[in-house]
Design a protein around this ligand. Structure first.
Ligand code: ADP
Ligand code: ADP
Ligand code: MG
Length: 454
């Protein structure tokens, strides 16, 4: 049941990435777009384009009926959801299957089980994977929250079971704060995710974010090693690397084995990522969540393993068994990705749309720029601010940082403010060069090292 025509239910740089992957496999593509995206690069590159509605995502990219109608009209037999939007929506995956189409992702049951972050913790425990000390399942109310917190020890994190994108997370330092924050978190989770379920975790201070890429075909699963994404702002990743320079070989093996154990225990299909916190001091890793989709930072893994993750997920979901054996997957060198956003790092990361003037992209074998931009393109104001991802590969971490510094010098995006100046400062900083970072490092550091306007 190989895929004959692929519809891309997404936009931006990931839509471009998926069109390229499909082209490489000889699969024709259908790019859906909102009215605001009629001139997007993905629309220009795809074989066909279908207008699915007004700019507001709820009326277009999140409109399941319109997406299925676009597939019916064009004869597409498979849908790739990308990341964000409907990519982790079990109802959408089910509707795609009910329409007789292939969903390029896990089975709907797997998404339900792992997409609920409290349920995913239980699945991890059952697979013998260490989780952050925290509540058993979701919190019924303020009393249970209090009891759980006094057992775990403050500070604690209150998280929305349906949360994502760094949102829906609050830290309580003591019992007085807890009651207030639980009530607030419940209201906010209901408004943001349509689901008010909460759970609790101990705050692991100054930990690193290390995540493991997996591929599964429903029967077998392999890992493609790890990425480190400890440089974060508002719990969103800013700079990502593969592999993590913080792990010993034994620690690498342990965290990757945990990931495969969970992937196998749920019969995972497609590409997925298991996120962990890693504590340098003890060497322990703790599962936090699984993203049941392709991730923004997947290219650093592609650079160090030579695997095209998007092509692999398309092949697997089209019915092919996993082609890769664990022993065939090896690491070579070091890769870094910088997220280039339409935000002004010298002005509190204020987002701002604009029209792209001159676009200068560094060209070298070891550099990749995944982007939605072209000269003259008007960046619409309705969607997230990611303009592109600059990715470099080097022989080792120090070499990759040098190449990133050079690549950033060679990247010119005129017409709007971008986060390029932030990345130049990071690439030159002692802390990044020494890899002396953790998930709470960047925000206070930025307060002390303000980014000058360019
Ligand atoms: P990654 O680990 O791939 O970087 P992120 O958590 O940064 O993933 O999310 C990728 C994209 O998906 C971002 O644009 C983010 O805003 C969006 N996203 C993730 N989860 C959700 C969610 N539950 N609701 C809405 N958007 C989400
Ligand atoms: P999301 O679904 O929004 O991606 P995650 O649960 O993956 O949320 O957490 C996002 C980030 O928040 C992590 O990368 C880390 O920086 C921080 N974080 C999450 N859980 C904890 C914890 N228990 N202790 C400390 N930091 C945490
Ligand atoms: Mg996460």
């Amino acid at each position: 049941m190989a895929i004959k025509k692929l519809l891309i239910a997404n936009r931006g740089e990931i839509a471009v990435r998926i069109v390229r992957a499909a082209q490489g496999l000889g699969i024709p593509t259908v790019q859906v777009h909102s009215m605001a995206d009629a001139n997007s690069l993905a629309v220009r590159m795809a074989d066909e384009a279908v207008d699915i509605g007004p700019p507001h995502a709820a009326k277009s990219y999140l409109n399941i009926d319109n997406l299925l109608e676009a597939a019916r009209k064009t004869g597409a037999d498979a849908i790739h959801p990308g990341y964000g939007f409907l990519s982790e929506n079990a109802k959408f995956a089910q509707a795609v299957e009910d329409a007789g189409l292939i969903f390029v992702g896990p089975r709907p049951e797997t998404i339900s089980r792992l997409g609920d972050k409290a349920a995913a913790r239980e699945a991890a425990k059952q697979a013998g994977v260490p989780t952050v000390p925290g509540s058993e399942g979701v919190l019924s109310g303020a009393d249970e929250a209090k009891a759980a917190a006094s057992e775990i020890g403050y500070p604690v994190m209150i998280k929305a079971a349906a949360g994502g994108g760094g949102r829906g997370i609050k830290i309580a330092e003591n019992e007085t704060e807890l009651a207030k924050l639980v009530a607030e978190a419940r209201n906010e989770a209901q408004a943001a995710f349509g689901d008010n379920a909460l759970y609790m975790e101990k705050v692991i201070r100054d930990a690193r974010h290390i995540e493991v890429q997996v591929l599964g075909d429903g029967t077998d699963a392999v890992h493609c090693f790890e990425r480190e994404c400890s440089l974060q702002r508002r719990r969103q990743k800013v700079w990502e690397e593969a592999p993590s320079a913080a792990l010993t070989e034994d620690q690498r093996q342990a965290i990757c084995e945990s990931a495969v154990a969970l992937a196998k225990s749920v019969g995972y299909r497609g590409a997925g990522t298991l996120e962990f916190l890693f504590d340098d001091r003890s060497g322990a890793h703790y599962f936090i969540e699984m993203n049941t989709r392709i991730q923004v930072e997947h290219p650093v893994t592609e650079m160090v393993t030579g695997i095209d993750l998007v092509q692999e997920m398309i092949r697997i979901c089209g019915g092919e068994p996993l082609r890769l054996k664990q022993a065939d997957i090896t690491l070579s060198g070091h890769a870094i990705e910088c997220r280039i956003n339409a935000e002004d790092p010298s002005n509190n990361f204020m987002p701002g749309p604009g029209v792209i003037g001159k676009l200068g992209v560094p060209e070298a074998d070891h550099v990749r720029f995944d982007t939605l931009l072209y000269e003259g393109y008007q960046v619409p104001p309705f969607y997230d601010s990611l303009l592109g991802k600059l990715i470099v590969h080097g022989p080792d971490r120090a070499g990759a940082i040098e190449r990133m510094a050079a690549a950033l010098e060679g990247l010119t995006i005129e017409g709007l403010k971008t986060t390029i100046p932030l990345h130049k400062v990071l690439a030159a900083s002692d802390a990044v060069r020494a890899n002396a970072v953790h998930t709470q490092f960047l925000e206070p550091w930025l307060a002390e090292h303000p980014i000058a306007p360019e």
